[in-house]
Design a binder for this molecule. Structure first.
Ligand SMILES: *Cc1c(COP(=O)(O)O)cnc(C)c1O
Length: 360
């Protein structure tokens, strides 16, 4: 067996220890004689599992009691609709468009009310985060929406926008649990787990309790009301049991690594290795404004499409896979999520140095 260094943006690398444990428990989870995939979500065993998973998640993020943690399906993309359906009481919301995912959320919200684009970085291919200190927030906005880490473009908000008292809603799919986060700054903060946490097929949404009401847009399906899931501990219907189980293992792994402070330090170290090299390199360049750089997704280019393709192919041959940039931007992108070991980034940088020597 040989594992590659997987720089995929998502679904993405998982901690090897988690995969090994899951493999060991595949045929017999804790003496049940069956895998977690095969058991009823109404069983005592699964009930304990989901409770423990939620508790570990709350502990990692220090989530206050007045927030609910929901394990939902439909991907982050379904939240693009679920959020306006549950929050747009005045049918007005403000969106800051810093990439494809923010744009999709903004476009989806237009179906339900007046979604205003109050800032954007599209003029420079989303390579920066706009100044959000004094935006034209709508007086009747139900919320202000951001995508905190832009997976495709590699930018991250280092400071949250000044929402002038309005509720902040944030998509943290690609930076979830990469560093500590002050949950009290948000009305809703959510992310698809397939980037930095677990397998595809689930979103974790952290929702402030007072926002979970029956007062939703007319016609909102039962399955799309936060209340439905909050009242049923995310088991109104059959949840993504196996995904919850793997996420639970990742939470234990994060705790064993020292929690989110320690992850932040580790992630900063990994990102610095790569960014420092890019800043020195004569062949490769980063594409993002320095102060807005993501710790998780690092896009870079050579400036020559053929050279980019040559690099991606040579890297894959050497065991560094999924380095091709998103189809909408080209070039390369290294996603260096929590589960990417430091040595993976060190070896990638060595490989890039060698490639540069040979191709200049
Ligand atoms: C991947 C991604 C999404 C979309 O996730 P799906 O689960 O495929 O719907 C949304 N937002 C961000 C920031 C992402 O990285």
């Amino acid at each position: 067996m040989s594992r590659v260094y997987n720089f995929s943006a998502g679904p993405a690398v998982l901690p090897e220890q988690v995969l090994r444990e899951a493999a060991e428990e595949m045929l017999d989870y804790k003496g049940c004689g069956m895998s977690v995939m095969e058991m009823s979500h109404r069983s005592r065993v699964f009930d304990d599992l989901i409770d423990e998973t939620a508790a570990d998640f709350r502990e990692l993020l220090h989530i206050p009691d007045n927030y609910k943690v929901l394990f939902l399906q439909g991907g982050a993309s379904l939240q693009f609709a679920m959020i306006p359906m549950n929050l747009m009481k005045n049918r007005v919301a403000d969106y800051i468009v810093t990439g494809q995912w923010a744009k999709k959320a903004y476009q989806e919200a237009q179906k339900y009310g007046r979604a205003n684009k109050i800032a954007s970085s599209e003029d420079e291919t989303f390579s920066y985060i706009p100044d959000c200190s004094d935006l034209p927030i709508s007086p009747d906005a139900d919320y202000v929406y951001i995508c905190e880490n832009n997976t495709i473009y590699g930018t991250k908000y280092k400071k949250l926008p000044n929402t002038k008292g309005k509720l902040l809603v944030s998509d943290v799919s690609s930076c979830f649990l990469s560093e500590p986060m002050d949950v009290t700054k948000y009305g809703i903060v959510y992310g698809g787990v397939q980037k930095n946490i677990g397998p595809a097929g689930m979103v974790i949404s952290i929702v402030r309790e007072d926002l979970i009401t029956e007062d939703v847009l007319p016609g909102t399906p039962t399955m799309m009301q936060f209340k439905t899931h909050a009242e049923n501990r995310s088991m109104y219907n059959t949840p993504n049991c196996y995904c919850i189980y793997i996420c639970g293992k990742v939470f234990k792994w994060l705790k064993s690594m020292g929690g989110l402070e320690a992850m932040k330090e580790r992630n900063e170290k990994k990102a610095a290795l790569l960014y420092n090299f890019l800043d020195e390199s004569q062949l490769f360049q980063g594409t993002v404004r320095r102060e807005d750089r993501s710790l998780m997704n690092v896009p870079f280019v050579t400036g020559d499409k053929e050279m980019d393709a040559k690099f991606v192919a040579a890297a894959a041959e050497a065991g560094f896979v999924n380095l091709k940039g998103h189809r909408s931007v080209g070039g390369m992108r290294a996603s260096i999520y929590n589960a990417m070991p430091i040595e993976g980034v060190e070896k990638l940088v060595e490989f890039m140095k060698d490639f540069e020597k040979e191709n200049r």
